[in-house]
Design a binder for this molecule. Structure first.
Ligand SMILES: Cc1cc2nc3c(=O)[nH]c(=O)nc-3n(C[C@H](O)[C@H](O)[C@H](O)COP(=O)(O)OP(=O)(O)OC[C@H]3O[C@@H](n4cnc5c(N)ncnc54)[C@H](O)[C@@H]3O)c2cc1C
Length: 615
């Protein structure tokens, strides 16, 4: 008897494969810009390495360089997490990411579904190949889902659509002379960074015994552990990243055997800390071991441009097609991983960057498959450039760029490359990104025509910087407006003017230190270790954020009436609908998160915002 699986078909504008941070933000950005999106993801939870299945912290440019924290959807998620998940619970974090995709009307979320087939139309002559559809198997329903789309974004980390479509990709480390990289090798090889699994533990007020499984490795002394820095429990900003293997193997084909080895090491490390010498671990109990190793590196696509070491160091290069930026250090893990013998036990090659660098749009679409884009650790970059661009804050803003570009390409009926080739479209992509609160170093956001045509005044102080097109404190300039609660900022029109809405950018303190006060700033610091003295602290919401405000419009009779009001804002970028003709519009700030008193009334406070405009 032959059995047949049920076939489910989806017809969309954009199909995103893989729901890590790159894929999730690609899908959300495209959907919010009007594209119909399918997001096919092979796990039950979203977020990839940042999900509760792997538990990596989201870092980015702002972790190392002040005020460079990623904004746009990344910051929206970070602020929602701070407001709604104060105790930093991993399940609430999963639920937040799930909510962003599942309840977005334009996203068809297909979870537990692994993409394994693609239908490709091979080009004739000079015509490039085009993907027609992809198909995945959904393990929970035993259904096959086929998604037809105009554009495909491979955000699977492992570039699953490369072997399925024949798109060009790279694996391993480049030779010095190929891109002129200082840290390139004399001879290229296929070695990569390895995969790691992490451990979560918590401190109790009593001694907790631990017996390792019989198959765990035995590490009787620090020498056997190769002096890996295992004082993690006492240092909440570190983790067991060094339980890492696979750089000398194939992180895709060997993933199952690598997992087996990593588990033997992980339980052996725990045994060492609990039962061999004093590691301050007596009262600690194991809470969780990841059974799904996080992958750092596998296939990287080849786009129209390949980002290299010289493009990320010393402030990088000027790219007219900048759509995202990086700033995390070059953080290269050497392939030997856990078993590598080295001084101090580390297997890292690191260099801090003092300036952000531009990520050009040309790194985000395939050079040979006409409708294939990518965001994540698989973008078009050399091994060394990837070693910086691979952190999830950076990947998130790449995702927002790819999603926004895909929606624009569909709207204009062009292929992804068409946006680069048509400079007006490229400029429109950058305009939309900045309007959605993405920072593009070196470019200024266009202030709305309504704001430019009106007269701006403030009851208190000077508000002129609200019109300078830079929405963060950066490079020695505040770029914001300092006002006071109950003192309005107003635009006056010289004739009755229809106002659709407003755009407001609050100060969410992009320089906030939120990992239990540790100076290594982390964008979304979910804890791995909960000590009795640390790791249990709640997020404190940025005191600078505007919490309560009114937007009013001025009628022909000269009276101000409320058009929008909130007492619970927790977002940096706020857009509100107005939809009326008026002679003026004003913002009346009422309270910041720092000025809410214990009895839920408000104290007077300084207000700090970066933009307020009628649109
Ligand atoms: C141990 C470790 C520590 C790290 N530390 C940090 C850190 O501290 N901070 C930081 O910011 N970054 C860190 N990184 C780097 C960062 O986590 C990765 O570079 C990043 O997660 C890559 O994001 P992504 O969206 O491209 O891929 P991923 O996070 O790998 O997400 C891709 C998703 O696609 C899914 N997928 C794969 N194949 C398919 C398919 N065929 N069909 C459907 N879905 C598929 C996968 O299940 C996965 O969830 C670390 C990485 C590792 C491994």
């Amino acid at each position: 008897m032959t059995s047949k699986l049920q076939e489910i078909n989806h017809d969309v504008d954009l199909c995103v494969v893989g729901g890590g941070i790159g894929g999730l933000l690609t899908a959300i950005a495209a959907a919010r810009r009007g594209a119909k999106v399918a997001l096919m993801h092979d796990r039950p939870v979203l977020g990839g390495n940042a999900s509760s299945e792997i538990r990596m912290w989201i870092c980015g440019a702002g972790t190392r360089v002040r005020n460079l924290q990623e904004t746009g959807i990344m910051e929206e998620i970070a602020l929602d997490n701070m407001a709604r998940n104060p105790t930093r619970n991993w399940s609430l974090w999963d639920a937040l990411l799930y909510e962003k995709a599942r309840f977005e009307p334009n996203i068809d979320l297909i979870l537990n579904c692994a993409c394994s087939e693609a239908e490709v139309l091979r080009g004739v002559g000079n015509d490039a190949a085009t993907i027609l559809s992809v198909t995945g198997f959904q393990s929970t329903t035993q259904q096959r889902h086929t998604v037809r789309a105009k554009i495909f974004a491979d955000c699977s980390g492992d570039s699953i659509l490369a072997p399925l479509t024949g798109a060009s990709f790279r694996v391993g480390r480049e030779a010095k002379d190929e891109f002129g990289e200082e840290w390139g090798l004399d001879k290229a090889d296929r070695r990569t960074m390895g995969s790691s699994l992490l451990i979560q533990a918590r401190e109790t007020d009593h001694k907790v015994d631990f017996s390792p499984p019989p198959w765990a490795y035995d590490f009787p002394d620090d020498e056997a552990l190769n002096h890996k820095p295992h004082e993690c429990l006492l240092k909440p900003h570190t983790n067991f990243y060094w339980i890492e293997l696979g750089g000398e193997a194939d992180t895709i084909a060997d993933a199952e055997s690598l997992r087996d080895e990593l588990l033997k090491i992980a339980f052996g490390v725990l045994d060492h800390m609990k039962n061999h010498g004093d590691h301050g671990a007596d009262n600690w109990e194991l809470e969780w071991v990841g059974f799904l190793p996080g992958k750092r590196e596998s296939r990287r696509y080849v786009g129209d441009y390949t980002l290299a070491q010289n493009d990320v160091e010393n402030g990088g290069r000027h790219f007219e097609d900048i759509v995202a930026y990086g700033g995390w250090q070059i953080d290269n893990h050497l392939p030997g991983g856990f078993w590598m013998k080295s001084e101090g036990g580390a297997h890292l090659q690191k260099r801090r960057l003092s300036e952000p660098y531009a990520i050009p749009y040309r790194c985000l679409y395939s050079r040979d498959i006409e409708n294939l884009m990518f965001a994540g650790r698989n973008i078009s970059a050399t091994h060394i450039a990837f070693a910086s661009a691979r952190v999830m804050g950076t990947i998130g803003i790449m995702g927002q760029a790819v999603g926004t570009a895909a929606a624009l390409a569909v709207e204009k009926g062009v292929a992804p490359r068409g946006i680069y080739e048509d400079k007006a479209l490229l400029r429109e992509l950058q305009r939309r990104l900045m309007d959605d609160d993405c920072f593009l170093p070196g470019l200024k956001r266009e202030v709305s025509p309504l704001a430019r045509a009106a007269t701006l005044s403030a009851d208190y102080g000077d508000a002129s910087d609200l019109l300078n097109g830079v929405d963060r404190r950066i490079w020695g300039r505040d770029n914001g407006y300092f006002g006071k609660t109950n003192c309005a900022i107003a635009y006056a029109f010289d004739k009755p003017t229809f106002v659709n809405g407003f755009r407001l950018v609050c100060d969410s303190d992009l320089d906030r230190e939120n990992f239990d006060g540790h100076p290594d700033l982390l964008t979304i610091p979910m804890p791995l270790f909960r000590g009795l003295g640390y790791g249990n602290t709640s997020f404190t919401f940025p005191r600078t954020m505007l919490k309560s405000f009114r937007v009013e419009t001025k009628g022909a009779d000269g009276e101000w009436t409320t058009a929008f009001e909130t007492t619970s804002n927790n977002q940096r970028l706020v857009r509100g609908a107005i939809g009326r003709e008026c002679l003026g519009i004003r913002l009346v700030p009422l309270a910041t998160w720092g000025s809410v008193l214990k009895d839920n009334t408000y104290g007077s406070a300084t207000v700090h915002i970066f933009a307020f405009e009628p649109v």
